[in-house]
Design a protein around this ligand. Structure first.
Ligand code: NAD
Length: 496
């Protein structure tokens, strides 16, 4: 058991070897293998992340199973009070958690602070759990016969989360899962797990959440496979890239588990000639380059609508604004564009930009640079006239790279957007209500923004990706979370 909390450890001390949180105690992992977790802005070694496997996963799942009967039997009102307490604790530590996000994932502090706020909102939405869990009934379906539907928790839920929102995405799942009476095992991204570690420390201090209700196991593929195969896990909530989502969905389903697997995206932003520049310039630039494009709701294609002169004017306005953005350490208040999660990702993105250039695209803003102190910086990049099948237009690159497409009218813009195999989000900038209506009706994507660059639903609504952006039927947050984390039981009774 560690004697200092992560937040108290000065960054100059030897980096802590991260531990698992199992049954209310910190446990050294059963495996010797570990990888380094570094601050992407500075290269500072933050921690050593154990690559746990079946033994550590079994310990965490066993703790969750042992805690389940009593937690399930706890009144929903009492579980709601535990969530109210969690909300207060997170709010008290919001700034500290945001600094951890900045240090570990790299995004700017302002962005990280907003991220933690979004996570807190999921807890707030889940505090209504007693109301959300209420069932249905219908009396007198036959003489003396009444029917009642009740919702019961599914059991042990495991969440496997990505690097890009290390505070928010675990909190999409945790509050709804435990609020509904399940127990929980989190496997955070091995690239930036420190925020999750701190989250567990904070939860450990909340008496209303008993030991074993929430557990943490570190690791990468082996830990994930062990969770997918463990018979004690009833449901899997996953967020990550599309390829991993498909793998998780298939393997978990084969093992008879309930699974929601939220995957990658390629989001278009359609800009009509009548769009208000005050709205679209900031909206497009913030969406494409905020968090260095490492958001599932980032717009990475701008569809310029109109005549060639109108398209050029839109392009020039975007490029002028993007070229003013400052790239650097997210801890520096002057920074607009943070580093990528790792130097390897910068190198990958640079290869993608070069490939587009070789295919004949015009790199109208080139963000390639030395990489900064941590080797992970890439400035905003805008690529005009990429070839029709360029990866810049079709694949999620997950970096500050914006491809431009030119079409004559809204209908062509909708057609172009709907060709994507993804369907997370689509954005329209316009002054026309008629265009907005046509767009929201015809677009095949689940999260639509009109004059909004990042159309992230608040936690009372689902993260409603479509097509290749989700494997499974039920999304994170909102009513879907209750549907996913409960089983329905229908009781038909006769009392003469
Ligand atoms: P990722 O798929 O590499 O990793 C996600 C999780 O899966 C991690 O915990 C990782 O350890 C695990 N994992 C990765 N490869 C695995 C494998 N082969 N076998 C077993 N487990 C594996 O994703 P990432 O790079 O951390 O996150 C970025 C991706 O997440 C982007 O594609 C982004 O669009 C997506 N994302 C989607 C949403 C959404 O709501 N749809 C939200 C945020 C992020």
């Amino acid at each position: 058991m560690s004697d200092t909390t992560l937040a108290e450890r000065p960054s100059s001390t030897m980096p802590p070897a991260l531990e698992n949180y199992v049954g209310g105690a910190w446990c050294p992992p059963a495996v010797p293998e570990a990888i380094e977790d570094r601050n992407p802005a500075t290269g500072e070694l933050i921690g050593r992340v154990p690559l746990c496997g079946a033994a550590d996963v079994d310990a965490a799942v066993s703790a969750a199973r042992a805690a389940w009967p009593a937690w399930r039997a706890t009144s929903p009102l009492v579980r709601a009070r535990a969530l109210f307490r969690l909300r207060e604790v997170l709010d008290e530590h919001r700034e500290e958690l945001a600094w951890l996000v900045t240090r570990d994932m790299g995004k700017t502090f302002v962005d990280a602070f907003a991220e933690v706020g979004r996570g807190i909102e999921s807890v707030e939405a889940a505090t209504a759990i007693a109301h959300l869990l209420k069932g249905e009934n219908l009396e007198g379906v036959a003489r003396g016969v009444d029917v009642e539907l009740v919702r019961q928790p599914v059991g042990v839920v495991a969440a496997i989360t990505p690097f890009n929102f290390p505070a928010m995405i675990p909190l999409w799942f945790l509050p709804f899962a435990i609020g509904a009476g399940n127990t929980f095992v989190l496997k955070p991204s091995e690239q930036d797990p420190v925020t999750s570690q701190r989250l567990m420390e904070l939860i450990g201090g909340i008496d209303e959440i008993p030991a074993g209700v929430v557990n943490l196991v570190h690791g990468a593929h082996d830990a994930v496979d062990a969770l997918l195969d463990h018979p004690g896990v009833n449901a899997i909530s996953f967020v990550g890239s599309a390829a991993t989502a498909r793998y998780i969905y298939q393997r978990a389903a084969e093992n008879g588990k309930r699974v929601q697997a939220l995957g990658g995206a390629k989001n278009s932003m359609v800009i009509m000639p009548d769009a208000d520049p005050q709205l679209f310039v900031g909206g497009v630039v913030g969406s494409a380059f905020g968090a260095a494009g490492q958001r599932c709701l980032a717009g990475s294609v701008a569809v310029l609508v109109g005549t060639e002169a109108e398209q050029d004017a839109t392009r020039d306005a975007i490029v002028a604004a993007a070229s003013k953005l400052r790239t650097g350490d997210g801890a520096d208040p002057a920074t607009d564009v943070c580093p990528l999660i790792s130097p390897a990702n910068r190198e990958r993105l640079e290869r993608e930009i070069e490939q587009a250039r070789v295919e004949g695209a015009h790199i109208v803003l080139d963000g390639r640079r030395a990489g900064g102190p941590g080797g992970a910086e890439l400035g905003p990049t805008v690529i005009d006239r990429p070839s029709e099948h360029s990866r810049v237009l079709r694949e999620e690159l997950f970096g500050p790279v914006l491809g431009l497409v030119r079409v004559p009218d809204l209908e062509s813009a909708i057609d172009w957007t709907n060709q994507s195999r993804y369907g997370n989000s689509a954005i329209l900038f316009t002054s026309s209500a008629r265009a907005a209506r046509e767009f929201r009706y015809g677009i095949e994507a689940g999260m639509i923004g009109v004059n909004i660059g990042v159309a992230a639903p608040i936690a009372w609504f689902p993260l409603a990706g479509w097509k290749g952006s989700i494997d499974g039927d039920l999304h994170a947050n909102g009513r879907d979370a209750i549907e996913f984390y409960t089983r329905k039981k229908v009781v038909t009774e006769r009392w003469n």
